[in-house]
Write a protein that binds this ligand. Structure first.
Ligand SMILES: [Mn+2]
Length: 331
């Protein structure tokens, strides 16, 4: 199906799994629906169908809005690692993306497998790499790997986790959707996964404050630049005013793209010593290049992210001056 899912790679994966008693699965910092979805799905499969001991590891906690995507039969660790005989890194292209976990994972003697859909995978750090950017999500890639391993789709909790990851990474079939993505969704729904219930959990379970914040930012907090760029700055003051929790500004960066002229949208979210940067673009404009060039980041062509440290990154400009130049040069 995908170039990376060859019979050789599947045979090697089976061999590595066969030798392992305990498997550690790890996802990226600020885990999103795709990271938690693919790790959860693969861990359930390894535990239930192959009888492995599994542990799921993330550098930091998931937001409350994604709590539903965890599975109670799995062990999750936040910000720490545990020894294992096999390490599987998912939904990120290098161990550095697991921040505090990165060093100890990279230094482990256990064989390492990568399952990811970002550009430029750090192939040299892994014994086996499943990686392609031509897919919706790491959860979709995991779906096709599980099928190649012989999964029968009967365990609906595995299916739910996979559909959660694909749905959130495509923003509910709005971006990065391929023919294979619909096939995956179709097969999972046919197998009995309830998509309506899932959408309820993902998109219709927020707190009131989030809706009010979205309204405020669109009304007061949105700047549109001539030429087709837009930005919003979510300061600490605004976050406090709306009692914003981690994860509750999810999706906000997409909103300005609904304006016909806007091709590039940026959201800055203020933290202690830096801003977290989210970038989205329409086809033909590269969010990824903007993230790499101006915001110490990367990602996908039309959905990317990074960080901005005002103390060192602005080169004497004000925050807004820097943002405007970065956006206008990226159009
Ligand atoms: Mn992803």
């Amino acid at each position: 199906m995908f170039g990376c899912i060859t019979s050789n790679n599947i045979a090697l994966l089976k061999e590595l799994l066969g030798k392992a008693r305990k498997v550690a699965l790890a996802g990226h910092v600020h885990p999103d629906g795709d990271a938690i979805g693919c790790v959860t799905a693969l861990a359930l499969y390894l535990q239930r169908e192959l009888g492995k001991e599994v542990v799921c590891m993330f550098p930091d906690a998931i937001p409350d809005s994604l709590e539903f995507a965890k599975n109670p039969s799995l062990k999750y660790l936040w910000g720490k690692t545990e020894d294992a005989d096999l390490i599987i890194l998912m939904d990120c292209n290098a161990f550095s993306r697991t921040e505090v976990l990165g060093e100890s994972l990279a230094a482990s003697k256990a064989p390492k497998v990568l399952i990811d859909h970002h550009l430029n995978p750090d192939e040299s750090s892994f014994n086996l790499v499943f990686s392609t950017p031509d897919i919706s999500s790491a959860s979709e890639l995991t779906f096709w790997i599980l099928k190649a391993l012989g999964w029968d789709l009967k365990d609906l909790e595995i299916g739910e986790a996979l559909l959660t990851g694909m749905t959130t990474d495509t923003n509910n079939f709005a971006n990065s959707v391929f023919p294979s993505t619909f096939t995956m969704a179709s097969e999972l729904i046919a197998a009995g996964v309830d998509r309506d219930v899932l959408l309820q959990k993902i998109y219709f379970s927020y707190r009131e404050n989030r809706v009010r914040l979205m309204g405020y930012m669109q009304n007061e907090g949105l700047t549109i630049l001539p030429g087709g760029a837009a930005y919003m700055i979510l300061t600490k003051e605004i976050q406090n005013r709306f009692d914003l929790k981690e994860g509750e500004s999810e999706g906000l960066v997409n909103v300005p793209l609904s304006i016909k002229e806007v091709r590039l949208s940026l959201l800055l979210k203020e933290y202690e010593d830096h801003f977290r940067v989210s970038l989205r673009s329409k086809k033909g404009t590269s969010a990824q290049q903007c993230a790499v060039k101006f915001f110490n980041g990367g990602g996908h062509e039309n959905a990317a992210g990074g960080r901005l440290y005002p103390a060192t990154d602005l080169g004497g400009k004000s925050l807004e001056e820097y943002v405007k130049i970065a956006l206008l040069e990226s159009l």
